[in-house]
Design a protein around this ligand. Structure first.
Ligand code: PEP
Length: 253
């Protein structure tokens, strides 16, 4: 059975002390209130990661992830962070290919394919983001666009490897805009993605891959989104910055 996951992407928010307060609030509320079958992940800025990972050790339901990672293993790449560094502080996940990284840092599908490989080699779980712009959605080509992202970054993996990847479908037009995809729009895309994965890796394998929805998810719309058969959780931006809202979303299954 595939995992139910709620991952918070803090983006470039929270100074060190506010970040640690948020992390310990999340851990405390999760420990008191969350069912065992849901995994909560906090993807903090790099600077906070080691300490947030220590906080997360207080819970067997809370894990920690980075928001980005280099495609190089080590060396003269000033300012970059390697898979090994992320792993060495106790993080277990890494967001790859967030639309903000693709847009502001020109990350490409090929580059992301290399990062996915390195993350897996290092034992990190990639949270691979994909999703279309408003323009592509309005042209009706969103499924082929997203499937192409999957093909170019993930289809070189083995059946074993793809099951270790978490995929996040994040329509760009719904990120940080307050405009959520309807639960039907999310379900339709997730189903198309799962069918596409099944075409490459087989249905049994595709059924093991968790596909998260991201884009203005909040406590008041999470229940309906998570009730969809192919929506296995969420990647949460804005609402992950308040511990109560974030955990309420995780309780929405
Ligand atoms: C995100 O950036 O991954 C995201 C889903 O943001 P928000 O929830 O704020 O739309």
């Amino acid at each position: 059975m595939r995992k139910k996951i709620v991952a918070g992407n803090w983006k470039m928010n929270k100074n060190f002390s506010d970040g640690l307060t948020l992390a310990s609030e999340v851990v405390n509320i999760v420990n008191d209130e969350l069912n065992d079958d849901v995994i909560v992940i906090m993807c903090s800025p790099f600077i906070h990661l080691a300490q947030v990972a220590k906080n997360a050790q207080e819970s067997d339901k809370v894990f920690v992830g980075a928001q980005n990672m280099s495609e190089h293993t080590a060396g003269a790449y000033t300012g970059d962070i390697s898979a090994e560094m992320i792993k060495s502080v106790g993080a277990e996940y890494v967001i790859l290919g967030h639309s903000e990284r693709r847009e502001y840092h020109n990350e490409t599908n090929d580059q992301l394919a290399k990062r996915v490989d390195l993350a897996l080699e290092m034992g990190l779980t990639p949270i691979f983001c994909c999703g279309e712009s408003l323009e592509i959605r309005e042209s009706g080509k969103e499924v082929s666009y997203v499937c192409n992202q999957l093909t170019e970054s993930l289809f070189h993996l083995t059946e074993d490897e793809i099951q270790k990847v978490v995929i996040a479908y994040e329509p760009i037009w719904a990120i940080g805009t307050g405009k959520t995809a309807s639960s039907q729009q999310a379900q339709d895309m997730h189903k198309s993605m799962r069918d596409f994965l099944a075409g490459q890796f087989g249905q049994e394998v595709a059924d093991e891959v968790s596909i998260l929805y991201g884009g203005s998810a909040k406590p008041d719309n999470a229940k309906e989104l998570f009730a969809q058969p192919d929506v296995d959780g969420g990647l949460i931006g804005g609402a992950s910055l308040k511990a109560r809202d974030f955990v309420e979303i995780a309780k929405s299954f």
